[in-house]
Write a protein that binds this ligand. Structure first.
Ligand SMILES: NC(=O)C1=CN([C@@H]2O[C@H](COP(=O)(O)OP(=O)(O)OC[C@H]3O[C@@H](n4cnc5c(N)ncnc54)[C@H](OP(=O)(O)O)[C@@H]3O)[C@@H](O)[C@H]2O)C=CC1
Ligand SMILES: O=C(CO)COP(=O)(O)O
Length: 348
């Protein structure tokens, strides 16, 4: 099978090696300069500290100084670094990207360009390439409910591969699916790319509900259900405004990813800490001390900017997202009352 190069040896980059190796791909894993120590450890056969699972034996490891070698003759390049770093990394590798058959985005985030405007990550990458007079291959957004540790351990997982050209997504779904990693192909690249970072904001809201329940010793199941449904509704509204299919929010990329992230994701853990009484800064520090990145903090800010930029009254339809934004900014609000106001149906 052809060569695939995964860029970023964090939890997800390392986890993605498992299904691709099992599907018979020649897998290369490249780590950023932050990952060199991690790669030294992984090359001994030790488990990845963030997933608890070792790499498959067949994976070739490349250290930060070996980016060119890692990309040489690679047919597929997978971005698995934190989303904020994807554009910078892409700028460095435009030529090998142009020679690949496709670029996959595992990173989940929006992207802010130099003039302050917000774009979808894929849109920003195409703009960067265009400015450099380079043509990118098709972009495939890899999303859906995929917790890294379960994926790495080949536990049953249902990712979504989305591409404007659905035949590209279908081809990779055929070539990369395994009994444990069964890919759903989608032609709704926009809808999937909107859901991927938005569900992080909403997983924080679910964490907040759970933290409040723990803090008060009182059940909040009803409020949680209303929060969940409002979150799916807002993902659908946001996606539709950008030309995506609103039904995507009701599938694996929206509802499905919200379910796992809102149960066991890092964004949920961050929201739960705030519900328990931590400030945003304290919650962020506690997560950092555990070595856990919380991308929803930045992507909530960008999502709100993006919605404002899109206009057409979109922000008015996103009360839950605005509420999460208020919490992140440390605004003096009663979280339980504010959540209830954002998600309970209004009678007038
Ligand atoms: N974990 C999961 O379950 C899933 C994650 N994702 C997405 O995958 C992406 C990566 O997440 P994940 O692997 O979990 O996160 P990790 O924090 O485990 O790893 C992030 C990766 O980005 C690197 N990185 C950190 N800072 C920088 C920087 N300044 N410049 C370049 N690279 C940097 C990290 O290096 P270092 O290791 O030194 O921190 C690591 O390679 C995210 O966008 C996430 O949303 C998608 C699906 C599931
Ligand atoms: O995206 C994820 C699962 O699909 C993981 O989310 P977290 O970044 O919150 O852990």
């Amino acid at each position: 099978m052809a060569t695939v190069t995964i860029l970023g040896a964090g939890a997800m980059g390392a986890a993605q090696c498992r299904p691709l190796a099992d599907a018979g791909w020649d897998v290369r894993l490249w780590g950023t300069r932050f990952d060199d120590e991690l790669l030294d450890l992984l090359s001994t056969g030790a488990p990845h500290p963030r997933t608890g699972v070792p790499l498959p034996d067949s994976v070739h490891i490349y250290r930060s100084g070996q980016l060119g070698e890692a990309l040489a003759d690679s047919r597929v390049v997978v971005m698995a670094v934190i989303s904020a770093q994807v554009p910078r990394l892409a700028r460095e590798i435009l030529e090998p990207l142009a020679n690949a058959d496709s670029l996959w985005l595992t990173s989940k985030g929006f992207s802010q360009v130099e003039d302050g405007r917000v774009r979808l990550l894929s849109e920003n990458l195409r703009r960067i390439a265009q400015e450099a007079h380079v043509e990118l291959p098709p972009i495939v957004t890899v999303a859906g409910p995929v917790l890294a540790d379960e994926c790495a351990a080949a536990r049953p997982t249902a990712p979504v591969f989305a591409c404007h050209d659905i035949s590209v997504a279908q081809r990779y779904a055929r070539q990369c699916s395994t009994p444990a990693y069964s890919i759903m192909a989608s032609g709704d690249e926009v809808g999937v790319e909107v859901c991927a970072p938005l569900k992080n904001s909403y997983a924080m809201a679910l964490g907040l509900v759970d933290g409040l329940s723990e803090r008060d010793g009182a059940a909040t199941h009803n409020l949680r259900a209303a929060t969940f449904v409002q979150a799916v509704h807002e993902m659908a509204v946001f996606g539709r405004q950008l030309g995506g299919d609103p039904m995507t929010a009701a599938g694996l990329a929206g509802l499905g990813d919200l379910e796992v992230t809102g149960q066991a994701g890092r964004n949920h853990g961050f929201g739960r800490r705030i519900g328990l009484g931590a400030s945003t800064t304290q919650a962020r520090e506690e997560m950092a001390a555990l070595g856990q990145s919380v991308e929803g903090i930045d992507s909530t800010r960008l999502a709100l900017l993006f919605a404002d930029q899109i206009g057409h009254g979109l922000l008015d339809h996103l009360p839950l997202l605005r509420m999460v934004g208020d919490v992140l900014l440390g605004r003096e609000i009663d979280p339980l009352a504010s959540l209830a106001k954002a998600v309970l149906p209004r009678t007038s």
